[in-house]
Ligand binder design. Structure first.
Ligand code: TYD
Ligand code: MG
Length: 453
């Protein structure tokens, strides 16, 4: 019998260490090392695979013949756009997210939407019957979609090689295991091995593979973090799974741009594409609500408008509270300090709550201007007209700085019926676009003079 050997793995970054450590030396996370058995003695799997001659040898870059990568359309405009124009043959795509957010739903909708593609759907979490029930709910069944309930990777690879599907889905990486590794399914070494086997399959056969992976809020289970290095594309579901909207973001893409965002709505019949997210993020209420300002932000290459809500009230306790949902609370504190020091607004003794509507996380500084306007609007109980929006970064000296792609933001705002947009004086927009008035402001005092006159 092979002698058992154990190693310690960081559940955040997958770093391996021969002994336990309180802090992972690679990523600096505390208390993330877990002990796992690793096979020793005769280790056949990966070694023998690596030893197989591929028949390839190094060749000069100029001599490599180039054909554009073959992409298949998944008949889902949002998903295709996220992947950079369809799924590349032989690519391994990881879909990550918290349990219950819709990973299985989305990955079952793909074969149902593509009845022409022969799909192998491997389920390790649900039985074939459960998958059938879900497919019925999603309103479809196709001859070409093969359901395979299995968790042993060796069998899955054999079946895939025999069937040669056009597309393969594996749900989920945490339930799969390989005989080459002696730890239990879901452990760091099993997850790495599973992903490596699927990667080898994808590259050897050209079958595109969608792999599903769970992450928990605490990140305590080894998950997609470790896989990010291995796979070609990482799509991650973001935000809370309580609302009906689901945001899917490309955080790594070897075949397209990252930080693209797709929006889906969870309905009784699965996930529906939301092709115009601005309309969902801006509720159709009339004038008269204070504490609301609309920001023209960019997410990836797509502009969209989002409602920023603020509530400013007198602090009940000695220390005022500052809280922000979907926005960096340190940046909020910075903006409040700028308002106090550079424009003389006394907010030091006020509670400030900030919320980005729709559960979206905004990291772009272009949202600063709308945040400041929402805070001031709530503070003075002065409603900003609902046809006004903002795009600008606020600097430490209270100046309003230009943001990237101002034209596209302005065009999107005009398309959605906004009549005025506030931007920085320094943004190089020469001509006035039709249908919308571009108001240029240099600093916070001049903004207030125009807005709250
Ligand atoms: P699921 O895809 O099972 O999540 P994951 O695989 O990420 O764990 O999604 C489960 C949730 O989606 C569950 O709460 C029920 C809901 N749902 C719908 O609202 N409508 C539907 O048509 C389906 C299939 C699921
Ligand atoms: Mg699932």
């Amino acid at each position: 019998m092979a002698k058992l050997k154990t190693s310690w793995f960081c559940t955040d970054c997958g770093n391996e260490s021969p002994k336990w450590m309180g802090r992972c030396p690679a990523c600096g996370a505390w208390n993330t090392m877990v002990e796992e058995t690793v096979a020793t003695g005769k280790k056949e799997g990966p070694k023998s695979a690596a030893a197989v001659s591929s028949g390839r040898s190094p060749e000069p870059l100029s001599g490599i013949s180039f054909t554009a990568e073959q992409r298949i359309s998944l008949n889902n405009a949002e998903l295709d756009r996220l992947l950079g124009g369809g799924m590349v043959q032989g690519s391994l795509v990881l879909i990550g997210g918290e349990p219950g957010i819709g990973k299985s739903t989305l990955s079952l909708q793909i074969p149902l939407a593509c009845p022409d593609l022969k799909t192998l759907y491997v389920t390790g979490e649900e039985s074939a019957k459960q998958v059938k029930l879900r497919a019925d709910r999603l309103g479809g069944a196709t001859e070409n979609c093969l359901i395979y309930s299995e968790t042993l990777m060796e069998n899955i690879i054999d079946q895939a090689k025999a069937i040669r599907p056009d597309l393969m889905v594996v749900d989920s990486v945490q339930t799969m295991f390989s005989q080459n590794v002696e730890s239990s399914p879901g452990s760091v070494s099993q997850i790495k091995e599973t992903a490596a086997m699927l990667l080898r399959l994808a590259k050897e056969t050209g079958i595109p593979v969608i792999l599903i992976g769970h992450i928990t809020k605490e990140g305590s289970i080894a998950g997609p973090k470790i896989l990010e290095h291995i796979v070609d594309v990482v799509l991650q579901f973001e935000g809370e799974n309580r609302g009906t909207y689901r945001l899917l973001r490309a955080i790594k893409n070897r075949f397209g741009s990252t930080s693209e965002l797709a929006v889906f709505e969870m309905t009784g019949r699965g996930l529906r594409e939301v092709t115009n997210p601005s309309e969902m993020l801006i509720p159709m209420h009339g004038d008269g609500l204070s504490g609301v300002a609309v920001s023209a932000t960019m997410d990836g290459t797509r502009p969209f408008l989002i409602e920023v809500q603020a509530l400013v009230s007198s602090a009940v306790y000695g220390t005022p509270q500052r809280s922000a949902t979907g926005f960096d609370v340190r940046r909020l504190n910075m903006l409040l300090a700028v308002l106090e020091r550079r424009a003389g607004f006394k907010l030091g003794m006020k509670d400030v709550f900030l919320n980005m509507a729709g559960g979206l996380k905004v990291t772009e500084p272009a949202c600063d201007l709308a945040v400041i306007c929402a805070v001031l609007s709530s503070n003075f109980d002065f409603a900003i007209p609902s046809d006004v929006c903002f795009a600008g970064e606020v600097g430490l000296s209270g100046e309003i700085r230009p943001v990237s792609q101002t034209e596209r933001r302005v065009t999107e705002a005009a398309r959605l019926g906004f009549k005025k947009i506030f931007v920085s004086t320094y943004s190089g927009m020469d001509q006035q676009p039709d249908g919308i008035e571009v108001i240029k402001v240099a600093d916070i005092p001049s903004l207030c003079r125009v807005l709250f006159k």
